[in-house]
Design a protein around this ligand. Structure first.
Ligand SMILES: [Zn+2]
Ligand SMILES: [Zn+2]
Ligand SMILES: [Zn+2]
Length: 434
């Protein structure tokens, strides 16, 4: 439903920019006429510079002329994108004219001309180049950076344009001169371009929301979408660590690998492979304190259950055979959840307050399994795997120990990335950037 809006974002950007180009052409026209008049007036005043009163008016007029020139220069700088677009449109017209001229010479090229023109306008690289919306590889895994850069760029251009409006407006007030009141139009036309800059900013914000405040297709709640505060975000599968590229500059996985102690959940999911264990074995965790020590755990479930967790938190399972007793189960890495979980389709990476921990090995399993007797004395049962420390797992007694989480829905259960074309957004990047 919303995917067509996302996919036609370039069209909306294009419409806004063309609107600005049209306003820009009007401003250019007014400014040109103004400069012609100005030089004429200036020349006239040079001839009759006899009386003081005329000298005074030319002095203040000169000041106003230079103020409008300054305003126009600032206006130009703030209209960098429309300027580029304008040049592009002129280029297309020239090119088209050239093609038509050629058509008169030989009558066979029409179909090819149309094809090339369409090709030129729908080329996403050209669109990105014209809109100053480049595809730096550092943006592949960091949607926030793109938004911040765009936000900075657009706010600066809005600021400059406001400055230009003020310069135009103050130059044309307090005067009855027809010649100056005409320039008041400049500030008006400049003013009506501001909404389009703000709309561009909103479109950028929407783009950022789709990526970083992602909602998977399996969340069917169209309205009233209130996730728990603990639910930080869904991570679309094209952002996951498996899509990082060792040889692509700025898109590499975290270089510290297993020695990385960054416990930001997004960092773990996006910049590390699924075999990464962000926290050491519980017995190797230094300075353990039951009130503050946190641990990172991975939980696997199916897509529907994951979505309902986002709304209503984890539930402790009290049915079936439970190796470590009743509670919520976690593994040390996303990869090792695969062998334990009974359901499939979503991985949740959570930050957990461990509390009082009981570490057990194989021979002590009988004391805890299929019961909640340990809930009285402990908050967490940590099971040490006899052969492979990576396959350790733990069970917590209550969902209050879970501080926050991020989720990842696996591709067959989440079709939104394909539907929106998010995974292909960087595939046609030229020269690493455009
Ligand atoms: Zn770039
Ligand atoms: Zn970059
Ligand atoms: Zn790292």
């Amino acid at each position: 439903m919303c995917w067509w809006f996302y996919k036609s974002l370039p069209i909306f950007y294009g419409i806004l920019t063309i609107y600005e180009v049209i306003c820009g052409i009007f401003r250019l026209g007014i400014y040109y006429r103004f400069m012609q008049n100005g030089s004429y007036n200036y020349g006239k005043s040079l001839f009759d510079n006899g009386t003081i009163s005329i000298a005074r008016t030319t002095l203040s007029e000169n000041r106003k002329v230079s103020q409008i020139v300054a305003g126009f220069i600032i206006d130009c700088i703030s209209s960098l994108i429309p300027c580029m677009m304008g040049l592009f449109i002129i280029f297309i017209f020239l090119w088209f004219g050239y093609r038509i001229l050629r058509l008169f010479c030989s009558c066979h090229h029409r179909a090819r001309t149309n094809f090339h023109l369409r090709h030129l306008i729908t080329n996403r690289r050209i669109q990105r180049f014209l809109l100053f919306n480049c595809n730096c590889p550092c943006y592949i895994a960091r949607p926030k950076w793109r938004f911040l850069v765009r936000f900075l760029f657009i706010t600066i251009s809005i600021g400059l344009r406001v400055l230009a409006i003020i310069l135009y407006a103050t130059a044309s007030t307090h005067t009855n001169d027809k010649f100056f009141s005409r320039t008041q139009k400049l500030s008006w036309i400049c003013g009506i371009t501001l909404p389009s800059s703000i709309l561009t900013l909103l479109l950028d914000y929407y783009h950022y929301r789709v990526w970083w405040h992602y909602i998977p297709s399996c969340d069917q709640n169209p309205f009233h979408r209130r996730y728990l505060k603990k639910h930080r975000r869904f991570i679309p599968h094209h952002l996951m660590g498996a899509h990082r590229n060792e040889i692509q500059l700025w898109n590499e996985p975290c270089e510290l690998r297993q020695f990385c102690f960054n416990q930001t959940l997004e960092h773990i999911m996006i910049f590390h492979y699924n075999t990464h264990t962000p926290t050491p074995r519980w017995c190797d965790v230094p300075n353990k304190d039951p009130l503050t020590t946190t641990y990172i755990g991975f939980h696997r479930t199916d897509a529907q259950a994951a979505v309902s967790i986002a709304y209503t938190d984890f539930r402790t399972s009290r049915t079936g055979r439970q190796m470590l007793g009743f509670g919520i189960y976690f593994a040390r890495s996303s990869f090792h959840t695969q062998f334990k979980a009974r359901r499939n389709g979503a991985v949740i990476c959570a930050k957990i307050l461990m509390g009082r921990v009981l570490e057990i090995e194989n021979d002590e399993l009988a004391n805890v399994s299929n019961s909640d007797a340990w809930h009285q004395n402990f908050d967490t049962i940590y099971y040490r795997h006899p052969r492979n420390p990576l396959r350790d797992e733990f069970c917590i007694k209550s969902n209050e120990q879970i501080l926050k989480w991020v989720m990842y829905i696996e591709p067959p259960f989440d079709t939104k990335v394909e539907q929106y074309g998010l995974h292909r957004e960087f595939s046609d990047t030229l020269c690493n950037c455009i």
